[in-house]
Design a protein around this ligand. Sequence first.
Ligand code: SF4
Ligand code: SF4
Length: 244
Amino acid sequence: MPVSSHPLPRWLSPWMQGQKIHLWGAADLRGFSTPDSTRGEGYPFALSYAIPMNPLIMAGIRNGPNQDYADEYVRVNDIINDLAERIAIEIKRRGFRAQSLAASERTDTVNLQGDFPHKTAATRSGLGWIGRNCQLVTRTHGPWIRLGTVFTDMTILCGPPVERSYCGRCTICIDACPAGALKGNAWYPGLPREDLLDVHACDSWKRKHYFQYLRGHTCGICSAVCPRGLKMLKQPTLSGRMPL
Ligand code: SF4
Ligand code: SF4
């Protein structure tokens, strides 16, 4: 897919910086089926952004989730949803269409998926690749992030998209998954989710073993063990506690 040559709107970078959004980009989604606006039209572009999870909490769930993780999951999702609404307002104020995509919302309860994969917008924005754990993996924070997406028709510099996996030969997440739900394939754009993850096996395990945390909606082991996330623990800011 071509990378958009439209420039970045001047207001956008300072605005994102002002919101402390440091991991973000824009995706060219022409050729993808995006949700319809109230006018019944899809969207050609999206802003994608990542909010870091607290690394100390992530490192604490390598054997399974706990209440701190469930609370952090909700806290970060709330930030993402609040930012998505405010980004959409800012775009609309400038005369364009915009529509936020809710964090972690399953609208298809049969196939266990939302209206559009945040991960697709993120890879097309260049934020990272989809790891063998079926999560977005960033270079700076590994998979220890959560994603937000705002669709728009505002013309914007997009990508360059990430077109391959950088997991290399690593299989740590696959070995760590207690449900045996990860298939072990290396991601590439267009690979069906089913070739990375048995989503029903993952979901059943979570409901059966971790129902006390957000009604079985979380696990996180396959993110917690990822060396791309664990390297966050070596950051100097973690000599104390991570600033929230
Ligand atoms: S979330 Fe848990 S059960 Fe699901 S794939 Fe990851 S480690 Fe396995
Ligand atoms: S644990 Fe290894 S294989 Fe799994 S997502 Fe991280 S780098 Fe990729």
